[in-house]
Write a protein that binds this ligand. Structure first.
Ligand code: SAM
Length: 451
């Protein structure tokens, strides 16, 4: 297809996946844990079918809770999930691992027995992290800690990770975090339920789903397919040059989620950090960033937008400038790790803020082309309002419903399919590059990436 700039990418209803039921989108291990803006597994599968083959290596550098990892495994592709968020990596680790169902049932019975016999009455609350004290009542914290201590006694690492993922998923429910809000907000009147009850219910669900996943992988012979979870920055993944066959990823959105804040209960509970403020700056799209020089931006579309934003909201303008610079660094990294002739499928959405269009898609295309990617196609897809909060009010807050004055945000998103070009006449080869390429090929370097 001709590269036309894709300003008006055609809407393609076949990519909306809006007729799928919740059961279908949470099949196998996909529903183990809530995660904001996670992929629809069927979208990932369609991209895998179209752009990769069995045995290929697939990368998701903004891997989140591991949807790409799980779909890759089910479809017999090796994969790597990168994220800076350790709570995400814990979830992805649990989701990628199918556990022998009989063993898991025995372990679950043992755990339930230990929990019912537990006579621990220690007060753990007094030495709790200050921020956790803000979210949990004393009684609830102590109950959770007793449960957690029993989980930690599990000696099988895969099963312990499975339990930790289950525990992570119930933390919000057990705290005074306002249930209907994805963002941190307290509800002092929240009715609290015994963590053991919520944990057991979710464990039963996960155990059933594990069994479906285990049977699926056993039948297709994909149990041994490699999938790795790695804590790293999408801008510097540590993955070898030209080693990946396909990238499927969705970068965080600017002015949307503060991932560190959203996952603070798990990050603090598991000791991944003891101070949420100190980790925010590692996250692309975070609003907690120092001043940046917008002149570094390599996109005229972005510069126009930033100038417009600067006159109405300088803080936001700085935040978006950071976002674009970081996005470009992550695209450069994608280019570096992709094999020639292979693709990056980048899922990104435009948005609006205080009347100004945030043209993420157009900017991403411009940045990708500057780096050397060819744009093969851009698919426009409708996002279900079940997966995203669709409106923003006049001061920028999210809302599920519109009062007529609100801005529609994230109604559509784009799948940008970018190719790292083959060595060809368009980019005349320097002699040393050709030699290095031939040498690598003749060595037949094993592209397997260790964890
Ligand atoms: C839209 S979510 C991806 C969700 C994922 N597609 C899924 O299905 O779970 C974006 C992810 O980018 C991660 N992220 C933010 N900054 C990052 C960085 N510098 N390097 C790697 N990951 C980052 C966030 O933690 C978040 O998990």
């Amino acid at each position: 297809m001709m590269d036309t700039g894709f300003k008006n990418a055609q809407l393609d209803d076949s990519w909306a996946f809006d007729t799928l039921t919740r059961k279908e989108t949470t099949y196998a291990s996909h529903g183990y844990h809530k995660y904001p803006a996670k992929f629809i597994p069927q979208l990932v599968k369609r991209l895998l079918d179209k752009y990769s083959s069995e045995g290929d290596f697939i990368l998701d550098p903004f891997g989140g809770c591991g949807t790409t990892l799980v779909e890759s495994k089910i479809n017999s592709r090796n994969s790597i999930c990168i994220d800076v968020n350790e709570a995400a990596l814990l979830i992805a680790s649990a989701k990628k691992t199918a556990i022998n169902s009989e063993l898991l049932n025995i372990k679950n019975i043992n755990l339930q027995k230990r929990l019912s016999e537990n006579r621990d009455h220690k007060n753990y609350y007094k030495s709790a992290n200050k921020r956790l004290k803000y979210w949990f009542t004393k009684a609830q914290y102590n109950r959770l800690m007793r449960l957690y201590k029993e989980i930690q006694k599990e000696d099988n690492q895969e099963i312990r990770t499975f339990y930790r993922c289950c525990f992570s998923n119930i933390l919000k429910n057990c705290s005074i975090w306002y249930s209907k809000s994805i963002k941190p907000m307290r509800d002092p009147d929240k009715k609290l339920v015994d963590p053991k009850v919520i944990f057991t219910a979710h464990l039963n669900y996960m155990t059933k789903q594990n069994s479906e996943y285990y049977n699926l992988l056993t039948k297709s012979g994909a149990l041994e397919v490699k999938s790795y979870v790695k804590k790293a920055d999408a801008r510097a993944t540590g993955i070898p040059n030209k080693s990946m066959d396909l990238i499927i990823t969705s970068p965080p959105y600017a002015i949307s989620y503060e991932y560190a804040d959203i996952h603070q209960l798990s990050l603090l509970w598991f000791g991944f950090t003891d101070d949420i403020k100190s980790v925010r700056k590692n996250y692309i799209g975070s609003s907690y960033r120092e001043k940046v020089n917008a002149a570094k931006i390599n996109s005229p579309v972005a510069i126009d937008m930033i100038n417009a934003l600067n006159s109405c909201d300088p803080h936001l303008s700085n935040q978006i400038s950071h976002y674009i610079i970081d996005l470009e660094s992550s695209f450069k990294e994608m280019f570096r790790v992709l094999r020639r002739g292979k693709r990056a499928c980048i899922i990104i959405g435009d948005t609006k803020y205080k009347g100004i269009d945030i043209k993420n898609k157009e900017i991403a295309i411009e940045l990708l082309k500057n780096i050397g990617f060819d744009i093969e196609t851009v698919i426009r897809r409708k996002i279900s309002s079940k997966t995203f909060t669709p409106y923003r009010d006049s001061i920028g807050r999210f809302s599920q419903k519109s009062n007529g004055k609100m801005e529609g945000i994230y109604q559509y998103e784009y799948i940008i399919v970018a190719i790292r070009p083959e060595l060809n006449n368009r980019y005349p080869l320097k002699q040393f590059e050709k030699i290095a390429y031939d040498l690598l090929n003749s060595l037949k370097i094993d592209r397997f990436y260790g964890s």
